[in-house]
Design a protein around this ligand. Structure first.
Ligand code: NDP
Length: 234
């Protein structure tokens, strides 16, 4: 069955791999992008998740072009790392606006159509390091764990209408985001990773694809770690 899918922040990294995986299954996939060019082969939709008007306009365009969103992958996210004592308010707020309020806005916009249709899949990109805690990432970790409270509350609100809400919690994945990590930090994280290597965007996409599938119909409010073992116990 071909579903209408929307992936935020899907022009590179994990979001692009998710878009490719779901399109490969025959879904109609719209890809949200903020800057740069939309990836070829998808319906590209400008979507700045910190701007409510941009989010509304993006969902309207997706609905018009490929039908109301049935699968939402809230993937757009940023890091602005620095130790807490050096972190100013704007640096903290920017990450909250994008990683937490951005997800809130997209999920809220998607949920109406899913409730009406009495089915839907929502997958949020959290982080294994968020749950473990990570020096220099108080802002990022706070937002990524806050998504659990959001997802589980929403699972209660939407569950009776057949809509599931789950988190994928990647460890270190080889994307632009982790290129910023120092070698020392990367070595430290790899020592805590039983599989001893970073993951690929495709390995995360496989988990998202499962939670977004019909087969995952009895899973909601769950956290699926994709961290080479670093997330054991989260
Ligand atoms: P990238 O930095 O490679 O890509 C991030 C994407 O999000 C880009 O498309 C970017 O758009 C988009 N984006 C950022 N801010 C906004 C915004 N305000 N509005 C709309 N789009 C925005 O990240 P990854 O692919 O590595 O990460 C994807 C998700 O997975 C994130 O939520 C991240 O926190 C999470 N994650 C990643 C891990 C990793 O190791 N890589 C580990 C755990 C979680 P643009 O191109 O315009 O900047």
């Amino acid at each position: 069955m071909s579903r209408s899918v929307f992936v935020t922040g899907g022009n590179r990294g994990i979001g692009l791999a998710v878009a490719e995986a779901l399109a490969g299954d025959g879904d109609r996939v719209a890809v949200g992008y903020r800057s740069g060019e939309p990836p070829k082969g998808f319906l590209g939709v400008q979507c700045e998740v910190t701007d409510p008007n941009s989010v509304s306009a993006a969902f309207e365009l997706v609905a018009k072009e490929q039908g109301p969103v049935e699968v939402l992958v809230a993937n757009a996210g940023i890091t602005r790392d620095t130790l807490m004592l050096r972190m100013d308010d704007p640096t903290f707020d920017e990450v909250v606006e994008t990683n937490l309020k951005g997800v809130f806005r997209t999920v809220r916009t998607a949920a109406g159509g899913m409730l009406a249709a009495r089915r839907g899949r929502i997958v949020l990109l959290s982080s294994a390091l968020g749950f473990l805690g990570s020096p220099g990432q108080t802002n990022y970790a706070a937002t990524k764990t806050a998504l659990l409270g959001l997802a589980r509350s929403l699972a209660w609100e939407l569950g009776p209408r057949g809509v599931t809400v789950n988190l994928v919690a990647p460890g270190i994945i080889d994307t632009d985001m982790t290129k910023k990590l120092t070698d020392r930090r990367m070595d430290g994280v790899m020592k805590m990773t039983p599989l001893g290597r970073p993951g690929t965007p495709q390995e995360v996409a496989a988990a998202v694809r499962f939670l977004a599938s019909e087969e995952a119909s009895y899973i909601t409010g769950a956290v699926l770690p994709v961290g080479g073992g670093i997330g054991m116990g989260i």
